[in-house]
Write a protein that binds this ligand. Structure first.
Ligand code: HEC
Length: 154
């Protein structure tokens, strides 16, 4: 193919101009970001519900399913944070996200980082099938929910 140099330059410039938008956010509208993070939390809720039921003996413990849930949880625990973009706090959007997420972002991100770390540890331990260790790792991860919600979620 024989591209005209001028077209090539226009194409390159457009590509460069588009880059910062792609790097900053994948969300076109604030509501897209809110829906994305709420969906991630909702799916996290499904994982923790089934894992908790297995550990409490409400349903039989199944090491393979537990490991699958823990892997899901590890992936999902990394997802909500990029969607806390400016202009999506309570009052401006259909959300329970308190404005402290932005005014005390360091603390929020610290909790989010610890949460991800414990989710990774849970996935690692779940692969061993050792229920005692799994219970402890699960507790470490699960503590993060309330610990964050009490300061940052309405
Ligand atoms: C570092 C902070 C943080 C951690 C850790 C965290 N959450 Fe949340 N969660 C939030 C915030 C903030 C919202 C509000 C999101 C919104 O409405 O935009 C939320 C919302 C939710 C929702 C409601 C989603 C919806 O559909 O509106 C559920 C369910 C939820 N979290 C479950 C969990 C569970 C379960 C855990 C632990 C396994 C957890 N969260 C860990 C901050 C956190």
């Amino acid at each position: 193919m024989n591209l005209k140099p001028s077209l090539l330059i226009i194409g390159l410039t457009a590509g460069l101009l588009a880059l910062p938008t792609i790097a900053n956010t994948a969300f076109e509208k604030p509501s897209d970001a809110v829906e994305y993070r709420q969906s991630a939390f909702s799916m996290i809720g499904t994982q923790i519900g089934d894992m908790g039921a297995m550990l409490k003996g409400k349903v039989p413990f199944n090491a393979k399913r537990f490991a699958m849930r823990a892997n899901n949880a590890a992936a999902l625990s990394k997802m909500p944070w990029e969607a806390f973009i400016p202009g999506t706090e309570i009052g401006t959007a259909n959300t329970s996200a308190l404005s402290e997420i932005w005014s005390d972002n360091e603390n929020f991100m610290k909790k989010a980082t610890v949460f991800q770390k414990y989710a990774d540890e849970l996935a690692t331990v779940a692969a061993t099938g050792d229920q005692k260790k799994i219970g402890k790792a699960f507790g470490n991860w699960a503590k993060g929910c309330k610990d964050c919600h009490k300061s940052f979620k309405d």
